[in-house]
Design a binder for this molecule. Structure first.
Ligand code: FE2
Length: 279
C-alpha cells in the first residue's frame, strides 16, 4: 500500500499522513454510533473527567474499569463552579474508551478493515495486537489540552513496537486542536512509563531527556477521513480547543505481536477476551 517514498518518510519522521483513508460513509457511521453511546450515558454513573495532568491521581475506578469496557469521560472544564455541566452533555464528553473496537459492532467493523491490516504490515507490524480504542471529541470551547507525551508510555513492550492509528473524523486544524509532533523524535528514548499495580497507577520516570521545545513541533492538520500513523516513541501533543468547532478523532493503538507486551501496562486481556488484530 505504501510507496518506497512513504516508507522512507515513515522511518525518517516517525509518522505518515494518509488522506482519504476512510470514506465519508464510514466516518458518518462511527460518529452516529458515538453520539448514541453518549446519549445513552447517564452522567449519574460517573462524573470522572479525563485529563493528562496528574494522571496518577485522576485514575479512579471508572477509568481503571474502562480498560476492557466502553465508558464516557468528561472534559476537565465540563463543570462550572456550581458543579453543573456548562454545556449540553453531548458537548461535554472528552472521550469514549477503551474497548469498543472489540465490544461494539460499529467500532469493530471500522477497526477490522483489510486496508488497515495491509497498512499495518507496511509499517512492520507483524501479527498486530490492537489494545485500545478512543473516540476523542475535543469539544468546542473546552476541548482539553494533551501535553507532550509518547504513546509507548502506555503500551510498553520489549522491544517497543506500539503504533498509533489516528483517524480524523472532522477537519483537524491548528484552531481546533490538531496534532503537533517532533519529526524524527521517535529516535529518542522513552521518557516515562504508565504502570498499573492492581488498582494503583504510577508514572515511572525512565529517562531525563526533556520534552521538545514547542518551536520544533510541526502541526499535522488533517481533513476528515485522513489517517495519521505514528511511532510509539514520537513525541506529540495537541493544544486546547478554544474554537467553536469540535475536532472528533478516533485512535487505535497496536503492538507487534512478536514483541513482549509488558505485564505492567494498564490494559491487559485474558484468554476469554483475547486481544485481536485488524482482521
Ligand atoms: Fe498520544
Amino acid at each position: 500500500m505504501l510507496t518506497p517514498e512513504q516508507r522512507a518518510a515513515w522511518q525518517r519522521d516517525g509518522y505518515i499522513i494518509l488522506p482519504d483513508f476512510k470514506s465519508p460513509e464510514d466516518i458518518a457511521g462511527l460518529r452516529a454510533r458515538a453520539e448514541q453511546i453518549v446519549d445513552d450515558f447517564d452522567p449519574s454513573q460517573s462524573r470522572t473527567i479525563f485529563t493528562t495532568r496528574d494522571q496518577e491521581a485522576a485514575s479512579d475506578a471508572w477509568f481503571l474499569g474502562s480498560d476492557n469496557s466502553v465508558r464516557c469521560f468528561f472534559e476537565e472544564e465540563a463543570f462550572g463552579p456550581d458543579g453543573q455541566l456548562k454545556q449540553a452533555k453531548a458537548l461535554s464528553i472528552n472521550k469514549i474508551g477503551h474497548a469498543m473496537h472489540d465490544l461494539d459492532p460499529v467500532f469493530a467493523a471500522f477497526t477490522r478493515d483489510p486496508k488497515l491490516a495491509e497498512l499495518a504490515g507496511d509499517l512492520d507490524l507483524i501479527d498486530p495486537k490492537v489494545w485500545q480504542a478512543q473516540y476523542i471529541f475535543k469539544q468546542p470551547g473546552i476541548g482539553g489540552e494533551v501535553r507532550w507525551h509518547q504513546d509507548a508510555t502506555f503500551f510498553d513492550s520489549t522491544p517497543i513496537s506500539v503504533t498509533t492509528f489516528w483517524f480524523a473524523l472532522e477537519d483537524a486544524t491548528v484552531d481546533n486542536g490538531c496534532l503537533w509532533a517532533e519529526p524524527g523524535g521517535h529516535r529518542g528514548p522513552l521518557r516515562e512509563r504508565f504502570v498499573r499495580t492492581g488498582d494503583v497507577i504510577s508514572m515511572e520516570k525512565l529517562d531525563t531527556t526533556p520534552w521538545p521545545d514547542d518551536s520544533v513541533a510541526v502541526a499535522l492538520p488533517a481533513k476528515a477521513g485522513t489517517l495519521i500513523c505514528f511511532h510509539g516513541l514520537l513525541p506529540h501533543y495537541s493544544a486546547p480547543n478554544r474554537s467553536p468547532l469540535s475536532r472528533h478523532a478516533f485512535t487505535l493503538h497496536a503492538t507487534n505481536g512478536t514483541t513482549e507486551y509488558s505485564e505492567k501496562n494498564w490494559i491487559q486481556r485474558t484468554h476469554d477476551f483475547p486481544v485481536r488484530g485488524f482482521i
